[in-house]
Design a protein around this ligand. Structure first.
Ligand code: THG
Length: 368
């Protein structure tokens, strides 16, 4: 099977597409109706390089939704169960977003500029439409739009060294999930210590597409001796680290509590989050299922294109939603949703993979 992609205006390119293609991207996935690189050399080569050196990732598919106006903070708190009341104007928060039934619509990073202006850095669902609908329906004084902002991630153990060369030594002072606005040429960008890997690093919110390639080129020129390479969110590393993928590991059928996101759902007094009643009910009654790390020993498995049933004594008790062979842990690492009563650490299950039945073990913790 070999396909090509038919390009058109709908499949928007990014400010970095020219650099990504020149650097030899070999696979893409579709995310927010754009292309997200998934492989450069090979998933395993990219994984080892990410853990040793530093990579530059085009994550423009993490689109920004801007809330701008007097009611911006009110709208933001309607969207999420996470308490935003003490959030400062230099912070980013990972925020579950739910509907009125307390089910996941997206799991973005929220960036607070000030009480009247926010960015919501979205995962793969059409959150703009839900936010616009809520703003209009509730009669709020706020504009909701998609600005020309594209995140570029710099990830890996040498990320501080590379970023210091391009943005100066202030980058080292940025704390986890905080940001600073730093100069680049005749402009400046928000630079946050965050990113979709456990290897450490930064995300640069590139405002103005025309600045994309100059920044890309500056990072590669500055990082030659650091062995900088193009990269992308890595399937193996993100499963080892328990970083969830909306649309894969969770969907609109799941609540944040089922997804293990309870620590991001501590509502403030008088929280008017739209899913508050449903979530309070689930907290009292307990969740029907929960996300768990799952190890699947044996030969390397193909990536999961569909959910793989998890069985116990011939009865279905869950499903595996992401899986990959881990060279570092010498097993297939996986993420799955497991029914109540079966999610204790060490529980032995059977998983039905496209390559046959395998033993699987529920784990309390992810690998990294
Ligand atoms: N960065 C930005 N936008 C994004 C992502 C990102 N939008 C889409 C997608 N990724 C959203 N999903 C996640 C999932 C996990 C994390 C961030 C975004 C994450 N989690 C940390 C963890 O679980 O260890 C820590 C979260 C915390 O402690 O606050 O980083 O990657 N801009």
């Amino acid at each position: 099977m070999a396909y090509t992609i038919s390009h058109s205006r709908r499949l928007r390119s990014t400010p970095f597409t020219r650099g990504v293609e020149a650097a030899g991207v070999t696979s893409y996935t579709v995310y927010n109706r754009m292309l997200l690189p998934t492989v450069f050399e090979s998933v395993e080569f990219d994984y080892r390089h990410l853990k040793q050196h530093v990579q530059v990732w085009d994550v423009s598919v993490e689109r920004q939704i801007e809330l701008n106006g007097p009611d911006a903070s009110r709208l933001m708190q309607l969207l999420t169960p996470r308490d935003l009341s003490k959030m400062q104007s230099d912070q980013c928060f990972y925020v579950p977003i739910t509907d009125e039934d307390g089910k996941m619509l997206n799991d973005p990073v929220a960036i607070k500029h000030d009480d009247t202006r926010w960015w919501v850095s979205i995962a793969d669902s059409d959150l703009l439409l839900w936010i616009k609908g809520l703003a209009v329906g509730k009669g709020l004084d706020v504009r909701v739009s998609e600005p020309d902002v594209s995140p570029l991630a710099v990830q890996g153990p040498k990320a501080d060294d590379l970023m210091e060369r391009v943005f100066g030594d202030l980058v080292r002072d940025i704390r986890f999930f905080r940001y600073k606005r730093l100069a680049f040429g005749d402009t400046s960008f928000i630079v946050a210590r965050s990113g979709y890997s456990k290897q450490g690093g930064f995300e640069i919110y590139v405002e103005g597409s025309e600045h994309g390639m100059p920044l890309w080129d500056a990072l590669f020129a500055a990082g030659k001796d650091l062995n900088v390479r193009p990269g992308c969110p890595n399937l193996i590393e993100r499963i080892e680290g328990g970083l969830l993928s909306y649309g894969n590991d969770m969907t609109m059928d799941n609540s944040p509590l089922e997804c293990g996101l309870g620590k991001f759902c501590k509502p403030a007094e008088g929280n008017d989050h739209i899913g508050h009643a449903a979530m309070t009910r689930e907290l009292a009654e307990g969740s029907a299922r929960q996300i768990r790390a799952i190890s699947i020993p044996g030969a390397p498995l193909v990536p999961a294109r569909a959910a793989w049933p998890l069985m116990r004594d011939g009865v279905r008790v869950g499903q595996v939603t992401s899986a990959a062979w881990s060279p570092d842990f010498d097993t297939n690492v996986a993420i799955g949703m497991v029914d109540a009563g079966h999610w204790e650490d060490g529980t032995e299950l059977t998983v039905h993979t496209p390559e046959g039945e395998r033993n699987a073990q529920v784990r309390e913790k992810f690998w990294i």
